[in-house]
Design a protein around this ligand. Structure first.
Ligand code: DGP
Length: 111
């Protein structure tokens, strides 16, 4: 498997992992776009939201992202959870991941 995020799950490549449970792993983004920028991924390889078949999976991912935001101390002020999907969505790594962004006020709409 050549997927870099799968290799982070198996510790074949290093990452700053901050949380893990039976289904998800959370680690700091290599190129942070905010004071807090964490990626939350399922351990199981799923290329994007378009390939999800088990509706429990995005629920677990989202709740894990919420718990990460709380642990990072950004839940009260607010944060953003983003799932970039395919080319127009800006997805560059094809292993489903939720960006958890916080620590600054963000604009809307996104670029
Ligand atoms: P996206 O554009 O939504 O596919 O976001 C992919 C993110 O993954 C991007 O913000 C940079 C991050 N990233 C890519 N490769 C690595 C890596 O090897 N380690 C870590 N920690 N983050 C990575």
């Amino acid at each position: 498997m050549s997927c870099i995020f799968c290799k982070i799950v198996t510790r074949e490549i290093p990452a700053t992992i901050i949380a893990e449970d039976d289904y998800c792993v959370a680690f700091r983004d290599l190129h942070p776009q905010a004071a807090t920028h964490v990626l939350v991924i399922p351990k199981e390889h799923v290329a994007s939201l378009n390939q999800v078949t088990d509706p429990l999976l995005p629920g677990r991912l989202l709740c894990f992202a919420r718990d990460v935001a709380a642990a990072e101390g950004i839940a009260e002020r607010g944060y953003r959870v983003v799932l970039n999907t395919n080319a127009d969505g800006g997805q560059t790594v094809f292993h489903l991941h939720a960006h958890v962004l916080g620590g600054k006020a963000m604009g809307w709409p996104p670029g």
